[in-house]
Ligand binder design. Structure first.
Ligand SMILES: *Cc1c(COP(=O)(O)O)cnc(C)c1O
Length: 470
């Protein structure tokens, strides 16, 4: 597969170059495959649906063709995914896609573990270490740290906003030793991301350190996230005959979003033939994308803190990829877009629990609220021209092509549950009066000592530290 650049379509690189480079330092653009090959129809039509690992292998294959042989790809996938996504029905037309069964209990394990193994595969022939910089607003750092920890030839530096992530999230990314280090930056997530982006465009630094990224800008994190969209849509399509007697349902993927990497992966799965009718982009008060869909104006802005803090992103990096794939009109026809404030997050956790018994985390709760509103009349209101004020929490006024299917009761929603509710125990408790059970792998990490180093929001200090600590 050839990869090109969102800012310069004459750029052509291999998978290895795209993975190891992270982004294009010459243009600041992001890599994208030139095409999204459709899966063979025998796989798409298989009933029962193929296993998650089969889906993963067949989807990854065209993107690494000629660079990773089939048998190495099989081992890479087996090693990356000793766990699976899990599909849980909430009611007859709503499912939760649990993406938190990996080591750090969040969906980013899917992307990070594939990327770490791809980088380690390509770095085998090098004799200097590759230095990975990652800015995190929550779960990225732990997923990346965990995925790379102990992998030889790779060093990782994690930057996170001091005091702006939960104590458990902080433990999960500040307790690594050896090749994985954490910096707590006196600033916001956007400041952390800016330090990383500045480092990537610093030629002098790049002469001394081989740098790569591990944020959702790396194509090796984005592609594997498409596997679970494909898998879930095939499984749900097949089981709908039993669950709700809807044949050929319009499947709506409801995606809690921050940097919009996860949602972009969903777009890739749809391009590859997944039976997905459309998407609902669910955000917190960081409404940059909903506002763009509502008004047509894209205005990146400083992030604000919310209870769904892994989505506290004011300048979503994958906006650039979505724009490279689709026009605004296509986005409006494919996506519903929805935002919710903190009160709405708490109300969402509670309503999900009251109506279904399911304990959902603050990120998934926005997805639940979006889907629950959509199927209970909010979409029909939009269709009737009762235009939603996009400054009030809820849907933006665009009517996607799948709206009629919702009205006709032929749509089912799959809500992506991006983290275990146990990672946000006190918020969940505020909403439903009890804490969710703690998986043992989370309990263990709370007992480890904190190794993070404090860092000013200052590029030169950051650079000096990197050079002194390589
Ligand atoms: C990272 C994250 C998100 C947002 O994912 P994006 O790909 O940045 O849109 C949502 N929920 C959780 C729990 C996350 O960790």
């Amino acid at each position: 597969m050839i990869y090109t650049d969102t800012r310069d379509s004459s750029v052509k690189v291999t998978f290895k170059q795209a993975v190891m480079g992270g982004m294009n330092p010459a243009t600041g653009g992001l890599y994208m495959p030139l095409s999204f090959p459709k899966l063979e129809s025998c796989l798409l039509n298989k009933d029962p649906a193929p296993s998650f690992r089969d889906v993963a292998f067949n989807m990854a294959k065209p993107y690494v063709e000629g660079e990773i042989p089939d048998n190495d790809l099989v081992s890479l996938i087996q090693d990356a995914y000793p766990f699976q996504p899990k599909i849980v029905p909430l009611d007859s037309i709503s499912y939760v896609l649990e993406l938190f069964h990996g080591p750090t209990c969040a969906f980013k394990d899917f992307g990070a573990r594939f990327m770490a193994r791809a980088m380690s595969y390509f770095n085998k022939s090098e004799d200097t270490p590759l230095h990975i910089l990652v800015a995190t607003s929550g779960d990225t750092g732990s997923a990346v740290g965990s995925a790379f920890h102990g992998v030889s030839g790779l060093d990782v530096t994690i930057l996170y906003p001091d005091g702006k992530i939960s104590p458990l999230q902080e433990k999960q990314l500040s307790t690594f030793t050896g090749n994985v280090r954490a910096l707590k930056v006196k600033g916001t997530f956007d400041d952390c991301q800016k330090l990383v982006k500045t480092a990537f465009t610093d030629d002098e630094l790049r002469k001394k350190l081989r740098l790569s990224s591990a944020n959702s800008i790396n194509i090796a994190r984005l592609l594997p996230q498409s596997f679970y969209y494909m898998y879930a849509s095939l499984v749900v399509r097949n089981r709908c005959a039993l669950d709700n007697k809807i044949s050929n349902p319009s499947i709506i993927m409801v995606v809690p979003s921050g940097n919009f990497g996860n949602l972009t992966s969903g777009l890739i799965a749809k391009e590859m033939g997944a039976p997905i009718a459309g998407f609902t982009a669910a955000t917190n008060s960081n409404r940059t994308i909903p506002d763009w869909i509502a008004t047509g104006d894209y205005n990146a802005r400083p992030s604000v803190e919310t209870f769904a803090n892994a989505m506290d992103v004011g300048a979503p990096s994958n906006y650039e990829r979505i724009k490279a794939m689709y026009t605004l009109e296509t986005v409006r026809s494919l996506f519903a877009s929805y935002w919710q404030n903190n009160e709405g997050i708490i109300a969402g956790i509670k309503s999900c629990n009251d109506k279904t018994g399911y304990i959902i985390d603050p990120h998934g709760a926005i997805g639940w609220s979006a889907w629950n509103d959509i199927r209970n009349g909010a979409m029909e209101q939009l269709m009737n021209g009762q235009k939603n004020d996009f400054n009030v929490p809820g849907l933006t006024p665009n009517v996607p092509v799948w709206a009629q299917a919702v009205k006709d009761k032929k749509a089912v929603g799959i809500i992506l549950e991006t983290a275990s509710p146990a990672k946000f125990g006190s918020i969940v408790k505020d909403a439903i009066g009890k804490e969710p059970p703690m998986p043992s792998r989370l309990g263990q990490v709370m007992r480890l000592p904190d190794m993070a180093v404090s860092m000013e929001n200052d590029y030169n200090m950051f650079k000096d530290w990197l050079l002194a600590n390589r």
